[in-house]
Design a protein around this ligand. Structure first.
Ligand code: FES
Ligand code: FE2
Length: 447
């Protein structure tokens, strides 16, 4: 390990050695909750989950339970689900529609704007001395990108637009393609016996696919006519693996502008329906994203720092050795029903709780997580040296671009980003890359 006076020096960027204690140490985990989940913009929901005035959706920021509300004026809020009296949860449901939330312990009642509106016995019990205004629910900053709702506890954090930065150039390809916007279906929730970082790191691990998922790939080939993924293909692939402002991204070149963008859910029977859809919507996508992003590129595996995995899917930390997955499928609202159904089924069958790919992955992530449990095993670093020194800038893309599609460049940078947050006193110490790309087309942060 390189000598450094930083508290955390988990990844050595010169050798690719990674200190595996970061996957199981309880003290490190507690610090992550504060320094990462307490500071970053976190995906917490989607506008389509709270479409009507006074809707709410229960979610999480790290381990903190959070209520996402749409108030009676249509404004979104994110509140810690914690009564300001004795800390009880004031919302017990997953979703609903309500102007008020009554704590079931002593009955303090809050509006969906976070104000404490009613206290039983306010005059008698408190002799009129309770300052209700000082008991507003703890509220996070909220902003949206293309319908996805993000929240942030830290008033010193940069804007969501700066936080995503040039990563939006790639994200727009999937999330911001059409005027109709998107809807999120889900979530399906389950617990995996893994550290949350293993799943995020894996979003950039193209190396594992032909080995880990061999049996699933054979099934896809036999029953759905999907071409088999091999190591040779992956090494020779012209596709790109980018690290942009803390976020990891895979961009794949399309063979034709009407090629079906998705890998899960498309088969020989419905491929023509997908292609017709992409042909018909191409002019609109070109207007919004320009011709390169609309017709030449597809967004592949990606992660949004810290815990967005494979799109709008969340890896909520639940202790160093457990992660709660929230699986959503994001669909363009105007998609024909046949395509929506195919994508819902396809995503569930491969990356859902019983998904073939998910089960393959989970076993490996559990092994990686548990490798750091014993003092003996912990003496040995993990190796992330693949493609060291083989990444740089590419005039066609923002961020740092790995020379090969299969590389551990993004993973090294993910742990370096993790260190940025873990070693920082506050946001003044955390680097943000200035935006450099021109966003061709009319699409904006707001759709
Ligand atoms: S804890 Fe909520 S009213 Fe007492
Ligand atoms: Fe995988």
């Amino acid at each position: 390990m390189a000598v450094s006076n930083k508290k955390y020096n988990a990844i050595d960027l010169e050798t690719g050695k990674l200190d595996s204690r970061i996957f199981s140490d309880q003290d490190i985990y507690q610090e992550e909750l504060e320094k990462i989940f307490g500071r970053t913009w976190l995906m917490i929901g989607h506008e389509s989950l709270v479409p009507n005035l006074n809707d709410f959706f229960h979610t999480y920021m790290g381990e903190d339970p959070v209520i996402l509300t749409r108030d009676d004026k249509g404004k979104l809020h994110a509140f810690m689900n914690m009564c300001r009296h004795r800390g009880n949860r004031i919302v017990q449901a997953d979703v609903g529609n309500s102007k008020n939330f009554m704590c079931t312990y002593h009955g303090w009642t809050y509006s969906n704007k976070g104000d404490l509106e009613y206290v039983p016995g306010e005059e008698e019990a408190y002799y009129g001395a309770l300052e209700r205004e000082s008991f507003h629910l703890i509220e996070a900053r909220v902003d949206t990108y293309a319908g996805i709702v993000f929240a942030n506890w830290d008033p010193g954090a940069p804007s969501l637009e700066e936080y995503l930065g040039d990563a939006r150039w790639g994200l727009d390809i999937f999330f911001n393609r059409l005027d109709c916007g998107t809807e999120a279906i889900g979530p399906v929730k389950w617990i995996e016996p893994i550290n949350w970082k293993t799943a995020v790191d894996n979003c950039s691990d193209n190396y594992h696919v032909p080995t880990t998922h061999l049996s699933a790939i054979l099934v896809q080939g036999k029953h759905f006519g999907v071409p088999r993924t091999t190591h040779e293909q992956q090494f020779e692939s012209p596709n790109k693996h980018l690290f942009i402002n803390g976020h990891s991204m895979t961009l794949r070149f399309l063979d034709r502008p009407d090629q079906a963008r998705q890998t899960h859910g498309v088969n020989q029977d419905n491929r023509a329906v997908f292609e017709e859809y992409y042909r018909t919507t191409l002019p609109e996508a070109q207007r919004r994203l320009g011709s390169i992003r609309a017709g030449q590129l597809q967004l592949g595996n990606h992660s949004i720092f810290p815990n967005g995995v494979l799109g709008f899917r969340l890896a909520h930390p639940r202790g160093p050795l457990e992660t709660e997955f929230w699986h959503f499928v994001v669909l363009e609202k105007g998609m024909p029903d046949e395509i929506k159904r195919a994508l819902r089924m396809g995503n569930g069958n491969f990356n859902g709780v019983a998904g073939l790919f998910e089960q393959d992955d989970m076993d490996n992530w559990r092994g990686v997580t548990r490798s750091s449990l014993t003092p003996l095993a912990r003496k040995y670093s993990h190796d992330l040296s693949m493609g060291l020194g083989r990444a740089g800038s590419d005039p066609r893309f923002p961020g740092t671009v790995a020379e090969r599609y299969t590389s551990e460049n993004n993973q090294r940078n993910f742990y370096r980003r993790w260190e940025d947050f873990m070693n920082a006193e506050d946001w003044a110490d955390i680097p943000i890359e200035p935006g450099t790309v021109e966003f061709e087309g009319t699409a904006t942060m707001n759709g």
